[in-house]
Design a protein around this ligand. Sequence first.
Ligand code: C2E
Ligand code: MG
Ligand code: MG
Length: 561
Amino acid sequence: MFSKKTPLEEKRLHSLMELAGELAFRLSLQGEIIQASKRAASMLAPGTPLAGMSLFELVRLSDRHAIEAAFMQAVQTRQITRVSVRLSTRAGAVWFELEMVAVDEPDAEVLVAGRDVSAQHATEERLRHMATHDELTGLPNRSLLTDRLRMAIAQARRSDSGFTVVELDLDGFKKVNDALGHGVGDSLLRIAADRLRVLLRDVDTLARVGGDEFVVVLPGVIEEAEINAIARRMISSMQLPFEIDGNTLYVSTSIGAAVYPVHGDTDVKLLAHADTALYRAKETGKARCVIYNQIVFNRLEHDVSMEAAMFEAVRNGEFLLHYQPIVDARTRQIMGFEALMRWMRPDMGMVPPNQFIPMAEDNGLINLLGAWALKVACVQVKRFQEAAGRTLYVSVNVSPRQFRSDQFIDMVDDALKLSGLDGSQLLLEITEGILMSDPEHAEQLLTKITSRGVRIAIDDFGTGYSSLVYLKRFPIAALKIDRTFIKDLPESVKDAAICNVVLSLASHLGLSTVAEGVENEFQLKFLAMQGCSLIQGFHTGHPMVPNAVIDVLQSEAALQN
Ligand code: C2E
Ligand code: MG
Ligand code: MG
């Protein structure tokens, strides 16, 4: 090739190329190799001359588009352009970062220097894998599952077909974990994952979404008979004994299924409905499969239009939280707030929680709403603390279904992490029923929750099972005396007696007490005299929007200064 460079320039350029990075090339404006450094030659094509070949040919097919685009850009802009591509080397495909610059003088050509970035890529790849997979089983996690579900929806829409989402939960897993320890529990989960994997096709996605919960996406499967057949295979395979560390263990699995598009057309709906079906399977005998529509048809009271509106509302951000002050019974200073959920329906106005929480509990949306409430409440109380210039706590209601979910503890951790709130400034309100329906699970979960410094209150105390055993067994910090015992105070002798007993019991057990629904000064005085520590009710403050709370706190702070 004719060159305008002098021999001296050529020599210098040559030395420079040998010094520059791991690879160096001079390319024509068409991408043809004019000259390659010695290292490039030995790495990429030992024995065959590189000159005359196109650099693009040395790049893996899937990266060709990237290098061609970068090359064009280098030629057009005359600026240094970077691109990461895989080059085919003797040792296989290796990631290189190539820097390219086009020069005009004395000859028009493109200079390329490359460095091996495979270690960096491997780290990135590992991080990506960790973020999208469950460490224990290597299966996709909830975040990757969500991606796959959305892809499945897009694909089904394009091809006018459907698919099934199956959720499984191992019955008896918690007992194994408690009795034999986490090591055995982990092995069991790994074996369970392997057994499920072999039952599935390549196109199916199996994900672990928490504790002993798995979700499977089955593209193309929509017939009830087929779903039941697959579920039966899964149930049988889980019923085989698990041999772990010399133990022979037996568990079973319950399955819930929801079909796209008939039972839901979004990932959220499908997961919520599969989850509802799963709980139905557990309630009705375990080791069986329930498909969502079987539930809908069995439940006449099911308000389908309200449910549809609720899913819409989540997407449109129609839910919000109000905050009701909880004050010290003697000083009347605000100590914290209870976060109370509201649904602002554009067509109907404010819907109170007792009209939608039970339904959300039924259709599985409560997990989503509850996680949202927890996060928002924690973030919001941080703002309240800033306005007040002092510590305040927030009390958040937890529904039975949230409490049963294996993902609940992660939601608590997420909310604390996101808000930066100290665990001790969060209180979770649960009901007596939650503790009694599955005491083993409750004990485990409460231990985890309290290890974060988060406190537990029993809401509506006195209206549920009222078994005193749990006050001893579980790490409870506070009792909230239900409004029904407060409303006729101080006249009602019976209510006065009940409050008296509860307050003295709490004081002996070292528990704090909150009286709910305090509506007048007589009630407040009576309760304060009986030793009730905290008061919540219209008398000391209605539930308010956050800005109103901030006004109250700021005027309180101004008064004190
Ligand atoms: P709760 O946890 O017992 O909440 C206290 C309820 O008493 C609230 O009703 C509050 O507005 C009301 N209240 C407070 N002071 C007075 C008073 O002086 N007089 C009267 N008559 N009522 C008073 P709300 O906001 O309608 O909530 C009802 C229930 O809905 C709550 O009862 C709670 O069980 C549930 N809930 C509210 N928000 C959530 C939430 O974020 N998650 C869950 N799972 N449940 C929630
Ligand atoms: Mg409450
Ligand atoms: Mg209550």
